[in-house]
Design a protein. Structure first.
Length: 385
C-alpha cells in the first residue's frame, strides 16, 4: 500500500514538472513587449517587380495563344508571316460622291464630288496591325488652296479569322457639281465649283471569314501572309456608321434655285446606319508570289435619319420601321506581289450607302485607292515544339 502511494506521488510530481516546463516554453516564446508582438509585414520592391514581370509574361503567353488560334492556317494554301515588323511607303487617293434625288414626278437629281485628294504616307506594321501618318501632297508642295481642310483617320486590323476597320472622314469645301438632271437651264453648270456641301462620316466595319484556313484576307490587304493556292470564302459582317451632311441650296445658280423641287430644299441630314452583310471573296494566285483579290459584301441596312434637325414623328403603324430598311455595298479589290521579304501592290476599297424615303433619296459613296511598296524585317524565332 505504501509502495502504491509512493508510485502515485511520483507520477503526480512528474506530471507537474512537465506542465511547468511547457508553460515556461510558451512564456519564453512570447514577445516581451507589445512593440515586439506587432510586426507589420513588409513587401519588398523585388517581390513587386517579380510579380509584375510574371503577370506580363503570363499575359504575353495568353496573347500568343489567342494570336495562334486567330491565325491558324493550312500551310499548303497560306504561308504565315516570318517577320515581326514591316515598313511601307504608300501613295493614296481618297474620293467620294453624293447623289441627291427627288422622287416626285419628273424627279430631279444633283451630283456632287470633291476633288480627289492624293496623299503620301509612311507606315509601320506589327504582325496584324498597321499604323502610320499621311500628308496631303498639295500641302507639301505649298499649293494648297484656301478651302476648309479635309481630315481622314483610318485604323485597320486584319487577322486570319476576322478584320476590323475604324474610320473618320471630314470633307472640306472643295466640292464640284459633277452633273444634274431634269433642269431646263440656259447654261451648262457641270464641273462648276460648289461651296454649299460638306459631310463627315465615322464608323466601324467588322467581318468574319469562314474559310480562314485556306483563304487569306491579310495576304491581299496587309501583306502579312502569302496566298499559295487560289481559294475563296464566304464572309459575314456588321457595320455601324454615322453620317452628317450639310447642303446649302442657296449656293446653287439662281436659275437652278428657281426650278428646284421642294424635297431638295433642305439644309442638313443626319442619319445612323446599322447593317448586316453576307458576301464572298476570292484570292486568285495567277503567278508565283502574285495575288489578285476581289470581294463583294452586299448588306441589308437599317437607317434612322433627321432632316433639318427635326425630330422623327411618332407613327401609330408599328410596321413603319420597315420603310427605314435599305441596302449598302462594300467592295474590295487588291493586287500584290509578295515574296515574304519585299512586296508591292495596289488596292481599292469602296463603301456605298443608299438612303430612300417617300419623296427623297440619297446615295453616297467613298473609297480609297492605294499604291504601296515595303519590306518585312526582324525575323521571328522558330516555334518551339
Amino acid at each position: 500500500m505504501k509502495q502504491t502511494a509512493c508510485c502515485l506521488l511520483s507520477f503526480f510530481l512528474l506530471l507537474c514538472d512537465g506542465l511547468s516546463a511547457q508553460t515556461t516554453e510558451k512564456q519564453d516564446s512570447m514577445p516581451s513587449s507589445p512593440q515586439q508582438r506587432i510586426k507589420p509585414s513588409r513587401i519588398s520592391l523585388s517581390s513587386l517587380t517579380d510579380g509584375l514581370m510574371n503577370t506580363i509574361r503570363l499575359t504575353g503567353v495568353e496573347l500568343k495563344k489567342v494570336g495562334k488560334k486567330l491565325n491558324d492556317v493550312d500551310t499548303t494554301y497560306i504561308s504565315p508571316n516570318k517577320y515581326n515588323l514591316a515598313f511601307m511607303l504608300e501613295q493614296s487617293t481618297w474620293f467620294e460622291h453624293y447623289r441627291l434625288g427627288s422622287n416626285e414626278a419628273n424627279g430631279q437629281s444633283l451630283n456632287f464630288a470633291p476633288n480627289a485628294t492624293p496623299k503620301i504616307g509612311v507606315y509601320f506594321g506589327w504582325r496584324w496591325i498597321f499604323l502610320g501618318i499621311s500628308f496631303d501632297i498639295k500641302s507639301l508642295l505649298g499649293k494648297n488652296d484656301n478651302t476648309a481642310p479635309r481630315k481622314e483617320f483610318v485604323f485597320n486590323l486584319y487577322s486570319g479569322k476576322f478584320g476590323v476597320d475604324l474610320y473618320y472622314r471630314k470633307t472640306g469645301s472643295n466640292f464640284k457639281m459633277t452633273s444634274y438632271s431634269q433642269f431646263n437651264l440656259e447654261k451648262d453648270y457641270s464641273r462648276t465649283d460648289f461651296t454649299g456641301f460638306q459631310s463627315n462620316i465615322k464608323g466601324l466595319n467588322a467581318y468574319w471569314i469562314f474559310n480562314h484556313k485556306h483563304f487569306s484576307y491579310p495576304a491581299a490587304y496587309s501583306q502579312s501572309t502569302n496566298q499559295r493556292k487560289s481559294c475563296g470564302s464566304l464572309m459575314a459582317g456588321f457595320a455601324y456608321s454615322q453620317h452628317n451632311i450639310k447642303f446649302d441650296y442657296t449656293c446653287l445658280p439662281e436659275e437652278m434655285q428657281e426650278q428646284l423641287q421642294p424635297s431638295l430644299k433642305f439644309h442638313s441630314i443626319r442619319y445612323t446606319d446599322y447593317n448586316l452583310s453576307l458576301g464572298y471573296g476570292y484570292n486568285w494566285v495567277f503567278a508565283r508570289n502574285c495575288l489578285l483579290n476581289v470581294s463583294l459584301l452586299p448588306a441589308i441596312a437599317y437607317k434612322k435619319a433627321r432632316i433639318n434637325d427635326q425630330p422623327n414623328t411618332a407613327s401609330s403603324n408599328w410596321m413603319e420601321w420597315v420603310k427605314d430598311i435599305n441596302f449598302d455595298l462594300i467592295t474590295r479589290a487588291g493586287i500584290t506581289w509578295n515574296n515574304s521579304k519585299y512586296y508591292v501592290g495596289a488596292s481599292l476599297v469602296l463603301h456605298t450607302y443608299d438612303y430612300r424615303k417617300q419623296n427623297f433619296s440619297m446615295t453616297n459613296s467613298f473609297g480609297s485607292l492605294r499604291i504601296y511598296m515595303g519590306f518585312n524585317f526582324w525575323e521571328r524565332k522558330p516555334a518551339t515544339p
